[in-house]
Design a protein around this ligand. Structure first.
Ligand code: NAD
Length: 312
């Protein structure tokens, strides 16, 4: 198996690259380093420093590496940026994504694994429920719309050109290497701010001062396990824990992992962010039926992430 990992220099992609190499597969990375970092890449890994929007560059990478599989992790991955600039989001996630699918078609790729979003795709998930894969997509942000559309393109490429595909709809992924200065990734952002002794912003669910939005937080190591399993799967799978946590609960867990009392943390309440859902929780049952389990509990995952940031 020869796997081209797009976005392999990013947070999730770099963990996937390491895992695939550990499994003895041939791996190459395609990344434009817009948010990814060279230091995330294992030494010596084959690299194509290409922007997905550069069709010729994408085709040259495929011609050179001749992948059998593509793990498509690269994206404009911020809900906030997508709301501010939907055209940018479209150009990377859909136009860039189509360049990739066209190259996959031209060079006879067997399968594409896609990093989709469970966290944004289903729209509001009512209290007490977890979204299952057969819920219709109800994108609120342009980001969710581009991810949902790309799944439709995968289906079309499957039906017209025989391309196999699997879409993993991630919950809120967290863990080592997540960007603490990014637009998303509240665990890393809180850890970064607390380590620097700075106040944190808590965006409201409805009104400033409330507990914040509810999300399904899944540890990156568990996502990597789901990805490895998905090499042998087709279709759509949620990758989450089925448990919802408020932003304030995340803050408390981060404070605890860093040995800070909650009252030591200065919190700035802020209004809801445009495009953000109030509540998103996933049902992971379909993937669990295939043998996957979220193995790292939230407190444990936050402790591991905090330890990694402290060790840098
Ligand atoms: N982190 C999460 O909680 C989460 C949740 C759901 C889905 N996802 C999806 O998982 C994937 C990885 O997310 P992440 O959190 O690791 O983000 P990330 O920003 O760390 O990684 C994205 C990578 O893609 C690269 N990239 C961006 N635009 C590119 C372009 N035009 N051409 C080539 N490379 C480009 C970046 O340089 C970076 O290395 C994304 O597709 C994201 O939408 C992430």
């Amino acid at each position: 198996m020869r796997v081209l990992v797009t976005g392999g220099a990013g947070f999730i992609g770099s963990h996937i690259v390491e895992d695939l190499l550990r499994r003895g597969l041939e791996v190459a990375v395609l990344d434009n380093f817009s948010t990814g970092k060279r230091e995330n890449l294992p030494a010596g890994v084959r690299l194509y420093p290409v922007d997905l929007r550069d069709r010729e560059g994408v085709f040259r990478a495929f011609q050179d590496f001749r992948p059998t599989h593509v793990s498509h992790q690269a994206a404009q991955a911020s809900v906030k940026v997508s709301v501010e600039d939907p055209v940018l989001d479209f150009s990377v996630n859909l136009l860039g994504g189509l360049h990739l699918l066209e190259a996959a078609r031209a060079f006879g790729v067997e399968k594409v694994l896609f990093a989709s979003t469970g966290g944004a795709l289903y729209g509001e998930v009512p209290e007490g429920q977890g979204a299952t894969e057969d819920w219709p997509p109800r994108p609120k942000s342009p980001y969710a719309a581009s991810k949902a559309s790309f799944e439709h393109y995968l289906s079309a490429y499957g039906q017209n050109y025989g391309l196999k595909w699997v879409s993993l709809r991630y919950g809120n992924v967290y863990g080592p290497r997540q960007d603490p200065h990014g637009e998303a990734g509240v665990v890393a952002i809180f850890i970064g701010r607390l380590l620097e002794g700075k106040p944190v912003t808590l965006y409201a669910r409805k009104t400033p001062g409330d507990e914040g939005c509810v999300r399904d937080y899944v540890y990156v190591g568990d996502v990597v396990e789901a990805h490895a399993l998905a090499l042998g799967l087709e279709g759509v799978y949620n990758v989450g824990t089925g448990e919802g946590r408020t932003t304030r609960e995340v803050l408390l867990a981060v404070a605890q992992a860093l040995g800070k009392a909650p009252e030591e943390v200065e919190v700035h309440p802020a209004p809801p962010r445009p495009g953000d859902l109030e509540r998103s929780v996933l049902s992971p049952l379909r993937l669990m039926e295939r043998g996957w389990r979220p193995r790292v509990g939230f407190e444990e995952g936050v402790a591991r992430t905090a330890a990694w940031f402290k060790g840098r």
